[in-house]
Design a protein around this ligand. Structure first.
Ligand code: MF3
Ligand code: CO
Length: 292
């Protein structure tokens, strides 16, 4: 996209009502200087204004409340269809809309991915959570057109040490990644930190499906992978919001997509897979977790 450089005395593009020259001119020049050195730089449309960030945070509050509630009620014997109903009803009760519902034809309000299911698991009456299962519940909300997206792992009853370790290490991956998120750093700083923690623990990370920019749309630029190196991939600047959501496999990296519905993703070797997802804002001095 070509965005015209504003006149220095014009109002700034960020909506601050200040003149461009005293607002984002230096910021744009800094991004431009990285671009000249060959960096992949963010376009202006993915840099959120303070007003947009406030709206996105309101959406996040609902997403967090839904996951907090699920932590109280999800248990052995519950079907994943019941989880779908809870998410659906809580979202509408909050005056919001579940982002997955109807998204590219996705038929439910939430994704529930059990054990060897990697992601996009369909909630079902026939999937009854059993003692020892691990399940990822991925919730996404649209409030007044602003998107939030996060997911957590749920351990049902007594879970094996192997599964507990997978769930714990996957969460640690987010923490390691988050430590690397700062303005004028690179997305690859985060990606490599996530990657190295998983692989040094003997796990693999799915290559085909990653995180994403989020806020004004469900899935925006950048695409967020975990097989990129430190100092590479997109430049991070204040106002960017993206998810960190590695899908960590206990076994091989290969995936298999359900042929019937084209959505549900499984590990090819049947090994377990875990995922946690947070939404992160790049701030002036580091990062802020908006949704978890
Ligand atoms: N919530 C998923 C993500 O983290 C996206 C799911 S797409 C859907 O990006 F259609 F399955 F909801
Ligand atoms: Co996401």
């Amino acid at each position: 996209m070509l965005i015209k450089k504003p006149n220095r005395n014009d109002a700034c593009w960020c909506g601050s009502n200040r003149k461009y020259k005293v607002c984002h001119e230096a910021f744009d020049a800094k991004i431009e200087s990285f671009a000249r050195k060959g960096a992949v730089t963010p376009t202006r449309d993915i840099i959120k204004t303070p007003e947009q960030i406030e709206k996105i945070k309101e959406s996040c509050k609902i997403n967090i409340a839904i996951l907090d509630h699920l932590e109280q009620v999800v248990c052995e014997g519950m079907s994943t269809a019941e989880i779908d109903k809870i998410v659906h009803d809580m979202t509408f009760a909050a005056g919001a809309y579940p982002a997955p519902l109807g998204y590219e034809g996705y038929p439910y309000s939430v994704c529930t991915s059990v054990n060897n299911q990697i992601c996009h698991g369909f909630p079902s009456e026939d999937v009854i959570l059993k003692n020892g299962d691990i399940v990822n519940i991925d919730v996404s909300t649209i409030l007044d057109g602003y998107y939030s997206d996060s997911s957590r792992m749920f351990c049902i009853g007594e879970v094996s040490e192997e599964r507990k370790r997978l769930v714990r290490v996957t969460k640690e991956c987010l923490e390691k990644g988050l430590e690397q998120v700062k303005p004028w750093g690179f997305l690859g700083d985060m990606g490599q930190a996530v990657h190295d923690h998983a692989y040094s623990n003997g796990y693999t990370i799915v290559r085909e499906i990653g995180g994403h920019g989020v806020g004004l749309e469900f899935h925006e630029e950048p695409w967020v992978g975990y097989h990129t190196k430190k100092g590479t991939d997109m430049l991070l600047v204040p106002g960017m919001i993206f998810t960190i959501e590695p899908m960590v496999n206990a076994g091989g990296v290969e995936i298999e997509i359900d042929k019937e519905n084209g959505w549900e993703v499984y590990t090819k070797d049947g090994s377990d897979s875990a995922q946690w997802e947070i939404m992160v804002l790049v701030t002036e001095d580091g990062a802020e977790v908006l949704c978890y």
